[in-house]
Design a protein around this ligand. Structure first.
Ligand code: SF4
Length: 376
């Protein structure tokens, strides 16, 4: 998968300040005001608007003189999102479908859990990986998101959370639409901006991948302690290939070697996501194979009952089978949890709202009902 189709962080010569590191923002603004002979503290004012507010137009920076706002708008831009649809689950999960400036649609999800509020971000418009269980994959790949567009999801979601008394966003997962490690330039820039600019601790940010090993190694090479989750879903290559085409390019042995490196370099535990689909990946024999893989890299395992999706007649594994998997893993000394999918009643699966908003993918069978679930 190419990493070269990033949309520019420039628009008609204007830099998108949201996609830059705070140091770059400071440098660009300092140069801008210096060149125009304007007082330097203007940079602090703009900085505060960027990191503390959700305004996406310089016109709305009301403590700046009009001519200063106008000058800024000629040199810079702030990526913006327009709310298309909002779905709110009875469990508090909120899904936003955002319209980008070129009309493309992306999703992000807010998941409250006690004192924690997790934001699930999209990294691409659609996805080219084509996992057989994923609504995002069915709707196809449209384009990469820029770093500014990824960060804009955080700003817009934070504004919504503030207005609706959801509290501050405490955690971020790159687990929305798209494969983050197939859009590495923008994802790395957005990680920096969210961590150092917006102050979300690196240990509270997790990147989820289906297994692009070069991207895993790049993430391991960063100085920060970002978390890593692997969408495993099958512990043997033959089966995994039928669920995740990327397995053919980066097979399990290569993937486990990259995870071991990540673990050794970062000292951080990797999480395996394992969605349990009845009679697909829940055979008893697979439980001990999964335990072996997890032990090998000392991974934490999340077992997630499959949530039926349109165009697919799979069912979740029986509760007893899921409990059995858990027992086998625990007996092997693996840390494991069973996670119920959130937002079952609102199509909170990634890609589902967008898929609903687009025409039904060509060749996809008729919907069988039920809310969709993104397996990542
Ligand atoms: S599961 Fe992830 S990688 Fe696979 S098609 Fe969906 S968005 Fe892409």
């Amino acid at each position: 998968m190419s990493d070269t189709s990033n949309p520019s962080t420039h628009d008609a010569g204007r830099s998108d300040l949201l996609g830059l590191s705070p140091e770059e923002v400071d440098a660009r603004l300092a140069e801008h005001f210096e060149t125009r002979g304007q007082v330097r503290y203007r940079a602090d004012q703009v900085r505060a608007w960027i990191y503390e507010s959700s305004v996406d137009s310089f016109d709305d920076m009301t403590n700046l003189p009009m001519d200063v706002r106008h000058d800024l708008s000629l040199s810079f831009m702030l990526s913006s999102l327009q709310l298309d649809t909002i779905s709110r689950s009875t469990d508090g999960t909120v899904k936003h479908l955002w319209r980008l400036r070129d009309g493309e649609l992306i999703e992000s999800v807010l998941i409250p859990e006690g004192a924690r509020l997790t934001l699930c971000l999209s990294s691409q418009v659609g996805c080219a990986v084509g996992c057989t269980f994923c609504a995002t994959g069915w709707a196809g790949f449209s384009r990469q998101l820029s770093a500014g567009e990824i960060v804009a999801q955080f700003r817009a979601s934070r504004a919504w959370a503030r207005q609706n008394e959801y509290g501050p966003i405490t955690n971020i997962v790159y687990m929305g639409m798209g494969e983050p490690l197939a859009n590495r330039a923008a994802v790395h820039a957005s990680l920096t901006a969210l961590n150092r600019g917006f102050g979300v601790g690196s240990r509270r940010i997790t990147v989820s991948t289906v297994g692009l090993t070069p991207g895993i190694r790049e993430l391991a090479a960063r100085p920060e302690q970002f978390g890593l989750a692997l969408s495993l879903h099958a512990p043997v290559s033959e089966l995994r290939r039928t669920l995740i085409p990327m397995e053919k390019r980066h097979p399990l042995p290569e993937l486990m070697a990259a995870l071991r490196e990540f673990r050794e370099t970062k000292g951080r535990r990797v999480t395996f996501e394992y969605t349990m689909i009845r009679d697909v990946n829940d055979d008893e024999a697979l439980a001990s194979t999964l335990a072996d893989l997890a032990s090998g890299v000392r991974a934490f395992v999340n077992l997630i009952p499959f949530n039926p999706i349109p165009y697919q007649d799979w069912l979740p594994s029986e509760p007893e089978r899921i409990a059995h998997f858990k027992r086998v893993l625990e007996a092997a000394g693996v840390a494991v949890a069973i996670r119920e999918p959130r937002g079952r009643d609102i199509d909170a699966a990634c890609g589902q709202l967008r898929a609903n908003a687009l025409v039904r993918p060509q060749g996809a069978p008729k919907a069988v009902g039920g809310s969709a679930q993104r397996i990542r």
